[in-house]
Design a protein around this ligand. Structure first.
Ligand code: ATP
Ligand code: MG
Length: 375
């Protein structure tokens, strides 16, 4: 019997409600594969912070290191100032475990309306592989009163890299810097190739904006192309704006899409919108150590405690997590069970978020039953 230890951080609002359903699905799916999931629960999140004043204990990363993966609900509460928990928990864990990949599958499921004309009869199954550590999201920026030099002067030390830039504007101004390093591009490209191969895609698509930002994204194209070649997967490139245009017109033409951090953030949400939204949008952050898997939606305090949350996104995230742990059969079973649940049911028998009458717990039970039947 293999044992995998899962750190469960259910969090706030609907987080605990949907996580319970994902856990049921994961337990049911691994029951027949000879793997035992050991769940360790951690209380962190907005409620914990509001009642104890603690965001994350100093030994959080150490304690989580004993686990194989993190399964996260949603963290946040309107009473907590934005940023405190995002930085204090999510970024700490992401950087603590060097989770350099953000994975966002976007798939059209039965009964989930796709807001795209002509989608009937097409299979939409995309995957965004987003670089998670660099680009314009490193907080390398400054504001100044008239020149970049002044802005740089204001935050000396961090910005030695731009010491040679001289730009007088005479106006208040601001700058933000994007960074790309060869090892980071190589490892994310290799990851995209690995996932493409696993999905049966015969190529990957790199979406950047090399025409407008040739230094940063020209470099991306050069390194990514070389790495994809080394991995034996053909790579195409497209400007991200053109890709967005095509994606809303014919999303069925897309498979594995590789993006730098900023564009990946935007494209992930676009793809989630194309495939029907928050109720079924799963995500994962992974590195070479343990990863963190979560539904894309937030804590949704407006519906917490009302049995209205759709747990399918959390259930699908549990599937992604199992896949990353090498539990491919269990992961596939979860995916198929969600698909089966949606195709077997109509009207009132759908989740409430989709216009039906089935509550959070009951959706979880039905999916778990299907898993037992087909697993
Ligand atoms: P964040 O601050 O992270 O955006 P949030 O609490 O605002 O989190 P969102 O994910 O932005 O939550 O969701 C917006 C709204 O969509 C929620 O307030 C809720 O009404 C609805 N919603 C989100 N997820 C679900 C779900 N799984 N089931 C049903 N409704 C949902
Ligand atoms: Mg929101």
């Amino acid at each position: 019997m293999t044992v995998k230890i899962i750190a469960q951080i259910a969090g706030d609002g609907i987080g605990p409600e949907v996580i319970r359903q994902g856990r049921k699905a994961a337990d049911a799916a691994t029951a027949k594969t000879g793997t035992d999931l050991e769940w360790r629960t951690f209380p962190w999140g907005a409620s914990h912070y509001l009642s104890t004043g603690e965001v994350l204990p100093d030994d959080a990363v150490d304690r989580l290191s004993e686990c194989d993966s993190i399964y996260l609900g949603a963290i946040g509460d309107p009473k907590v100032k934005p940023g405190i928990l995002e930085r204090g928990i999510l970024l700490t864990l992401r950087f603590g475990f060097d989770m350099y990949v953000n994975l966002r599958p976007a798939r059209a499921f039965p009964k989930v309306p796709v807001p795209i004309a002509g989608a009937d009869g097409h299979s939409i199954d995309m995957l965004v592989v987003r670089e998670n550590t660099e680009d314009l999201y490193m907080g390398l920026g400054a504001t100044g009163d008239g020149s970049i030099d002044e802005a740089i002067e204001a935050e000396r030390g961090l910005y030695d890299l731009t010491g040679s830039v001289k730009l007088e504007t005479g106006h208040r101004m601001a700058m933000q810097m994007g960074i790309a390093t060869e090892p980071a591009i190589r490892r994310i490209t290799a990851t995209a190739c690995r996932f493409a191969r696993g999905r049966g895609d015969d190529s990957i698509l790199l979406a950047t904006k090399a025409n407008a930002m040739p230094q940063l994204y020209g470099f991306w194209e050069e390194i990514a192309a070389d790495e994809a070649k080394a991995q034996g997967i053909p790579m195409e490139t497209m400007n991200v704006d053109a890709m967005c245009y095509h994606a809303v017109r014919s999303p069925w033409d897309f498979g594995t899409v590789l993006c730098p951090n900023l564009f990946g953030d935007i494209v992930s949400d676009l793809f989630a919108g194309i495939t029907g939204g928050l109720g079924v949008a799963a995500g994962g952050n992974l590195g070479d150590g343990l990863g963190m898997f979560e539904p894309i939606h937030g804590s949704a305090p407006d519906i917490a405690g009302t049995d209205r949350a759709n747990p399918l996104a959390a259930i699908l995230s549990a599937g992604l997590m199992l896949d990353s742990l090498g539990e491919h059969r269990a992961a596939k079973t979860i995916d198929r069970a969600v698909e089966t649940f949606l195709s077997e049911n109509d009207g009132d028998d759908l989740p409430r978020e989709m216009g039906g009458q089935v509550g959070t717990e009951a959706v979880g039970d039905r999916v778990a039953e299907i898993i037992e039947r087909i697993g």
